[in-house]
Design a protein around this ligand. Structure first.
Ligand SMILES: Cc1ncc(COP(=O)(O)O)c(C=O)c1O
Length: 433
């Protein structure tokens, strides 16, 4: 077709819809996933502390190889896995296995009607956040409230309705020299009538925080009193992948929508999220699945179901995955401490779970976004902290002073990255820009 000067790209010439405006722009999660995909493609020599890719743990990979071989050897299982659509709720056998596992472990009295599968838990949040935040039939704009900001970047741009997420700044507790922890500031929580749900990630992405059992019980109490859902994102939690370094109890009641995922077990590419909730929520999620995807990918469900039934998934999480990340976390903290010495003012959030360290540089003379660019130019990929501070009522200087660092990849590369970070931070502190 001849090029016409008056024509731009198709998206320019298309009348921009609200949906196109919301979902086709450049977002933090796009930058993060784009960096991640490029750095992980095997041809990059970037030191990869960005993104949330799980580690490739040999003892875990061995199990996926074994399970794949079993499926291949069993012709019927392979054909059924690849050749059939599931119900929009998920594979019935998988839903039963999940309910049984959670009942055995936590005595939650669930049935398969309390479980739904989605194409990754990111998709589950897209559905849940849009189901819960919009202008209601009385004209009230309903919002989902995140009581502990900074919170997961992946929620930030998910709602069709702009301004539908509201967050509350965390209270900072200085725990010991060089470390700190975020707590929920209950005095400022203020759950106004337009709040349609509360939501937290526990362990928290990006900070590695784990809300205490008391905080969770108090938030659940508030949601119960108001009769609104309390969404707990358990992508890193118990019983799998169990990347939890604190002894806390998982929580579920009828107001709770618990989100789980196979990704951090080491299976991000099979895109399998799991929702545990009251039956009406499961029916709504299943209805959305049918409209949007017909059904979910089945491979993840087929790969892990025997491990769920045998309990091997618990042993794997407890004996292999958790110790692996706990060791990596300790080595990453030591690398930062050695590289940063006594001259760089910094604090690390207490590492209580997940696969990230959260670094606070209270005297940084440039923004974290600028530091991200400088580090990228020197071969170190991190995530700028400002993306995790969405939905606040008032500006907060702290939002430009933090970095998220993944410690899932090679510790030798992490140490190299820590040295380069220290050098670059010293440089900006010396010059003031
Ligand atoms: C807290 C949290 N929730 C949800 C997700 C989405 O994960 P997935 O869609 O792979 O299940 C992630 C991914 O990193 C996450 O960290």
């Amino acid at each position: 077709m001849p090029k016409s000067a008056s024509r731009g790209t198709l998206i320019d010439t298309m009348k921009l819809t609200r949906f196109a405006e919301r979902f086709s722009r450049k977002t933090g999660i796009l930058e993060l996933m784009d960096d991640l995909g490029r750095a992980m493609d095997g041809r990059s020599d970037m030191r990869m502390l960005g993104g949330g890719n799980p580690a490739h743990i040999p003892g875990v990979n061995e199990i996926w190889r074994r399970r794949t071989a079993e499926i291949l050897a069993n012709g019927v299982e392979l054909e059924e896995t690849l050749g059939n659509y599931d119900t929009p709720q998920g594979k019935h056998a998988f839903l039963e296995s999940m309910a049984d596992l959670l009942n055995r472990e936590f005595d939650w009295n669930l049935t398969s009607k309390n479980i739904a599968v989605t194409n990754g838990s990111q998709m589950a949040f897209f559905l849940l956040l849009n189901l819960l935040s919009d202008t209601d039939t009385d004209g009230l704009k309903r919002k989902v409230c995140f009581p502990l900001c900074p919170e997961y970047i992946g929620y930030a741009d998910q709602t069709v309705e702009p301004g539908a997420l509201t967050t509350r700044p965390a209270k900072i507790e200085l725990t010991r020299p060089g470390f700190y922890k975020y707590n929920v500031d209950f005095e400022k929580l203020n759950v106004t009538p337009d709040i349609s749900a509360l939501c937290i990630s526990r362990p928290t992405n990006p900070t590695g925080n784990v809300l205490t059992d008391q905080e969770v019980a108090r938030l659940a109490g508030i949601a119960g009193e108001r009769n609104i859902p309390f969404i707990i994102d358990n992508a890193y939690g118990a019983p799998f992948p169990n990347i939890l370094f604190r002894d806390v109890k998982p929580y579920w009641d009828n107001h709770v929508i618990l989100s789980m995922s196979l990704s951090k077990l080491g299976l991000p590419a099979v895109r399998t999220g799991i929702i545990v909730a009251e039956e009406s929520i499961i029916e709504a999620v299943s209805a959305c699945n049918a409209v949007i995807s017909l059904s979910n990918g089945s491979l993840g469900q087929v790969l892990v179901r025997p491990l769920i039934d045998s309990g091997d998934i618990l042993r794997l999480s407890k004996n292999v995955i958790r110790p692996f990340y706990e060791k990596r976390s300790k080595s990453a903290v030591a690398a930062l401490q050695e590289a940063f010495g006594d001259d760089i003012p910094y604090r690390i959030h207490e590492s209580e779970g997940s696969i990230f360290l959260w670094l606070w540089l209270p005297e940084l003379p440039v923004t974290s976004a600028e530091l991200y660019e400088r580090l990228k130019a020197r071969g170190v990929l991190v995530v700028s902290g400002h993306y995790f501070f969405y939905g606040l009522d008032d500006p907060w200087a702290h939002a430009d002073q933090c970095l998220r660092l993944s410690y899932a990849q090679d510790p030798v590369k992490f140490r190299e990255a820590a040295d380069i970070m220290a050098d670059e931070i010293r440089r900006v502190m010396d010059t003031g820009k």
